[in-house]
Design a protein around this ligand. Structure first.
Ligand SMILES: [Zn+2]
Length: 357
């Protein structure tokens, strides 16, 4: 995600904050200051920070449960509308998906219970709209929003966690693509209801959430369709077979020439025996052109080859490798180990367009 920066690492995942989150902090602090003065502004800011700590805890609920099934969470990003954990993939076994989905809201339920037991904080959903520092204690407000977060996320519609539970349950009766369509349709209906509620009550925040829910529900559906299509195809159906390659000992000048004479954005770098040494990206060539210290050969600036796949590998394996290793391209090797083609994100995208998904 662009426009976000790293604030630290926790349990093996990077925590990032989107710049608009600071706009939210500023807006809430300023509004409280104008209305009730400095003490109220500080109270509001502390409350928002505590709330987002709960959101991060919710996302770690998902991330740490997913890790039990061997799924890595690359990063967790804080947005003004909540958090987003970027899991490498979702578990495809329905039972695992349900547990990963429920772990987030479960964290908020635990926080709510602790606040209620330790601080005697009484959570009330009626209070959410009239919660003000003068009438409701800090702990009670935090308890209320945690209860709200848990219930909101349990709505059975994408992209809420409850939508994943719904999909996993529907998967028992039909295939995953159909189940995703149903959960996504539920999400879009939910978005209209929220939007209507936002208009009726004149609440701009609800309208924003409705818009987000609508967009995210659609995105989830197309991601699953892409995977379903990829599952029925082999790596060799999608690989690029017409390409220029370079050798590890080639100069930067040779790379520049290759860049000009082709439309490629990634160049396979091959050893003399045809095996893959790595990939040289257009961006790496541009960066080297601008750098003061020029590389002696392109082997210094190429991305070393990670995983390569055989011709008979499934296209989903290539997708997984592209995302998991965050690499520019995946090499496909023939029976003798020589690279005969490669797959990039862009050419999978083209394949999807051609297949008319
Ligand atoms: Zn969640």
């Amino acid at each position: 995600m662009t426009w976000s920066f790293e604030i630290g690492r926790l349990f093996g995942s990077t925590v990032r904050v989107h710049v608009t989150f600071f706009l939210l902090l500023f807006w809430i602090g300023a509004a409280a200051y104008v209305e009730n003065g400095q003490a109220a502004a500080i109270d509001s800011l502390l409350f928002i920070l505590a709330l987002f700590a709960c959101v991060v805890a919710h996302e770690y609920g998902h991330a740490l449960t997913a890790r039990r099934y061997g799924i890595v969470t690359r990063d967790i990003t804080l947005l003004p509308i909540g958090g987003m954990a970027r899991l490498e993939r979702m578990p495809e076994k329905p039972g695992q998906e349900i547990l990963v989905a429920l772990a987030g809201p479960a964290v908020n339920i635990v926080i709510w219970a602790v606040l209620a037991l330790v601080f005697g904080a009484r959570a009330s959903l009626d209070d959410l709209s009239v919660m003000s520092p003068e009438t409701v204690s800090f702990a009670a407000r935090l308890a209320s929003v945690n209860l709200f977060l848990a219930l909101f996320n349990l709505l059975p519609a994408f992209p809420m966690d409850g939508g994943r539970v719904l999909r996993a349950v529907v998967t028992i009766f039909t295939d995953r693509v159909q189940a995703t369509r149903i959960a996504a349709a539920a999400g879009q209906v939910m978005a209209f209801l929220l939007g209507f509620l936002g208009l009726a009550s004149g609440n701009p925040l609800l309208l924003l959430i409705a818009f987000f829910v609508y967009m995210a529900a659609g995105a989830e559906s197309s991601e699953v369709q892409l995977r379903a299509l990829a599952r029925n195809m082999l790596a060799r159906d999608a690989m690029i077979t017409h390409f220029e390659s370079l050798a590890p000992s080639d100069s930067l000048h040779a790379a520049n020439m290759a860049l000009i004479h082709t439309t490629q954005a990634e160049f396979p770098v091959l050893h003399a025996d045809g095996t893959l040494a790595g990939f040289l990206t257009r961006n790496a060539i541009f960066a080297a052109d601008k750098a003061e210290h020029k590389p002696l050969s392109i082997s210094e600036i190429m991305q070393p080859a990670g995983l390569t796949l055989p011709l008979t590998a499934r296209l989903t394996d290539a997708l997984d490798a592209l995302y998991a290793e965050n690499t520019a391209a995946v090499g496909i090797t023939g029976p003798n180990g020589a690279m005969i083609g490669f797959i990039t994100r862009e050419n999978i995208g083209e394949l999807m367009v051609i297949s008319g998904r």
